[in-house]
Design a protein around this ligand. Sequence first.
Ligand code: PEP
Ligand code: MN
Length: 344
Amino acid sequence: MLYFCRMKYPLVIAGPCSVESEAQILTTAQALAQIPEVKLLRGGIWKPRTRPEAFEGRGEEGLQWLLKAKQATGLPTATEVATPEHVELALKYEVDALWIGARTVVNPFSVQQLADALKGTDIPVFVKNPVSPDLNLWVGAFERLQKAGLSQLAAIHRGFSYYKESPYRNYPMWEIPIELKRILDLPVLTDISHICGNRELLGDTAQKSVDLAFDGLMVECHHNPDQALTDANQQITPEALAKLLNALTPRAKQVANDDPVLAALRSEIDDIDDELLQLLARRMNVSSQIGEYKKEKGLTVVQMDRWKQILTAHLETGANLGLSKELIEKVFEAIHKASIKSQL
Ligand code: PEP
Ligand code: MN
């Protein structure tokens, strides 16, 4: 068993997007080894690129350099694997932990091949979320690995492809990894580099990850980020990483049971939730009566004009009360959907 099976969280995984040369990985690793929070050195060996002419990683040669960096610094290593051949080579060069990338997790055939190749190793495996916001696909990848007997699993949240304009390279949609954590009870790290796609948003995103009780960070670091062969815009120097980590405000994950302020506020929330539930039940009841009436009069269940009117009015009232458009839309869309269902 690998010594770092009992991984300590929070955990910071740092290192270059790609291993580019012996000097690059050694210089970067030596600086990272000075940062106590960094427990694992990452380095991409096979890079999944959108366009075929882009740099696709150094392959086996890069693994030799990654091993040298581990020997020189004592930092255990991690790399991305996408095929059984990658697994075989990574194990040959004593890589300590693996991750499955976002583009691989979308394909259950690939994940199954990796699970089969990993059978019997019990090496720690991090599973990134799939590119698309599909929680089940992410959960399914863990199930395949668990079935293959892998027990040291953790997730990496790297954001999702999003069709709307956004300041992020990959939109965080924090609710999805939070739900994954609830379902699988696994550590979830945040890959702030691939979420942000730039250096400016990294600090705030890392803080958000801490505030939301995630279990660590993955950060792309390069001794000379501007010259990086891949993801130059988002990589930072080890020195910048140290600064970023120092600037984080920690938050306790557990609250003291006897905290009187929190206890009082929580009791208030419980009362309000109770009222909300009573109101919802009353509303559904009236909605059913309307449904009966529509049936009697031969009216369609969906009355689009009325629904548009309600939503517009609620959005206006909500805005006056300081409630976000997103919240009002989500809540009333859910209520409307349930009402329609009850009237069918
Ligand atoms: C990476 O970590 O370098 C990478 C390619 O990430 P992702 O799979 O999240 O795009
Ligand atoms: Mn990258």
